[in-house]
Design a binder for this molecule. Structure first.
Ligand SMILES: NC(=O)c1ccc[n+]([C@@H]2O[C@H](COP(=O)([O-])OP(=O)(O)OC[C@H]3O[C@@H](n4cnc5c(N)ncnc54)[C@H](O)[C@@H]3O)[C@@H](O)[C@H]2O)c1
Length: 398
């Protein structure tokens, strides 16, 4: 538990910034002062500051970085900004909380449709270089980097790790998925802002949890993580299928410019165990955040969302009024996996608590910059595999 107030500046005032700020507020005993916010739109930043009762609206991210009172910057900005803002924050001596993914390939930000034209190997080399630069800048400047992989903190994943640690257990296979009916953010639909499609933007979550569980197993057994050694993958644009495009009423989001909306990765670890990760932006029925672990001595299904903690039924939508059911579900009626505390099941309060505690105690968080960096390597290795149709060896980069 923290003892002195930690002063935080928010960069970004959209979806992620909102759930971050709500979850800072709900951690008992956490002494944080969210001093202010900046975003691309000054009006939206001002509205965000008013909603959350913040002291200040900053003109730019540079103004936050120049404020000597700010100790942590919380980066809730589109993916292409994670790398430059992390570097600048580290050089300014600020601790960093950064949303996923750590970084990627975004071209020069000017050219459109780079996802159609850029060889994946070029993307891999560039993205890995950028990720390694962030690791280096953080180390050199002695700041803490907290990588926003909330699945590492989801209570069910924490419990899975605890169960696996109880005996001499080998994780043989992990199967995980994050899918829903399509991102709300227009940034997600263009490679130059997002660094890829569903594979990196959604797949990074179950992948992050899978790597974390294997890393913990390795540390328990050998004193060092069990790392991925190769990846094979396929990607597709299922929302480009002609008969879907011709339909009138669309429930699945469309308009993916140069990013895939479906992906599947198969990761082999150095001990020959495997993780199968699926991610997509074309699944109706609410978000699917699930991961299963098949070990030598146990089977664990982590139903982060949906889960049966609560079931509701109403014959029509209006009966439920404004009740929040769960992320991205299309209707409130019928039987529903209504989530009484989605943020809790997602691990958001646990994540932010560990981030703040790790910074105030000068220790590493559970979700580190190195984990973020390895996720970039696996995802861009997967893009090479999908392009070439061949297994991609990660041995050199792990
Ligand atoms: N962990 C999760 O479950 C989760 C969920 C959603 C999003 N995310 C991540 O959060 C990040 C933000 O996504 P989002 O959904 O909040 O997007 P969003 O579009 O809702 O919000 C992005 C915010 O960044 C601001 N912004 C853009 N350019 C800026 C700049 N140059 N300077 C300052 N602010 C700028 C925008 O004004 C906006 O307020 C992404 O990296 C995404 O991957 C994580």
């Amino acid at each position: 538990m923290t003892t002195k107030p930690i002063i935080i500046g928010m960069i970004g005032a959209g979806f992620a910034a909102s759930f971050h700020i709500e979850n800072y507020k709900r951690i008992p005993g956490l002494n944080v002062r969210i001093k202010g916010v900046t975003s691309k739109s000054k009006e939206k930043a001002a509205a965000f500051a008013e909603t959350h009762d913040l002291e200040k609206v900053y003109d730019s991210h540079a103004a936050i970085l120049n404020d000597p009172e700010i100790e942590i910057v919380d980066l809730c900005v589109p993916n292409y900004l994670h790398y430059p803002l992390s570097l600048q924050a580290a050089e300014a001596g600020k601790h960093i909380i950064c949303e996923k993914p750590l970084t990627g390939y975004f071209g020069n930000g000017e050219a459109a449709l780079i996802g159609h034209t850029t060889p994946r190997r070029q993307m891999f080399d560039h993205a890995l270089r950028a990720a390694d630069e962030v690791v280096d800048a953080v180390t050199r400047n002695g700041v803490t980097f907290c990588y926003g992989e909330n699945w590492v903190y989801a209570p069910s994943v924490t419990k899975a790790n605890d169960i696996l640690a109880e005996s001499d257990n080998t994780i043989l296979r992990i199967s995980g998925e994050e899918s829903h009916s399509g991102s709300h953010s227009e940034y997600a639909k263009e490679w130059r802002y997002s660094g890829g499609g569903s594979l990196i933007n959604k797949g990074c979550h179950p992948l992050g949890a899978a790597l974390y569980l294997k890393y913990c197993e390795g540390v328990r057994k050998y004193g060092s993580p069990i790392k991925p050694k190769s990846v094979t993958a396929e990607v597709a644009n299922l929302t480009h299928i002609e008969s879907f495009l011709a339909e009138d009423d669309k429930w699945v989001r469309e308009g993916w410019k140069d990013c895939e909306d479906w992906s599947s990765m198969m990761i082999t670890f150095s001990d020959d165990s495997i993780a199968q990760i699926t991610a997509s932006d074309m699944v109706l029925g609410g978000i699917q955040n699930i991961i299963s672990v098949y070990s030598s001595k146990a089977v664990v299904h982590c139903n982060i969302n949906p889960n049966t903690g609560m079931l509701t039924y109403a014959p029509s939508d209006d009966i439920m009024g404004d009740t929040y059911i769960r992320e991205k579900v299309e209707t409130r009626s019928g039987w529903q996996f209504t989530n009484p505390d989605e943020d809790w099941m997602n691990g958001f309060p646990h994540e932010l608590q560990d981030f703040c505690d790790s910074i105030s105690c000068g220790r590493q968080p559970k979700s580190t910059v190195e984990l973020g960096r390895d996720i970039v390597a696996v995802c861009y290795g997967a893009y090479i595999s999908a392009e070439t149709g061949k297994r991609f060896s990660l041995a050199e980069w792990m």
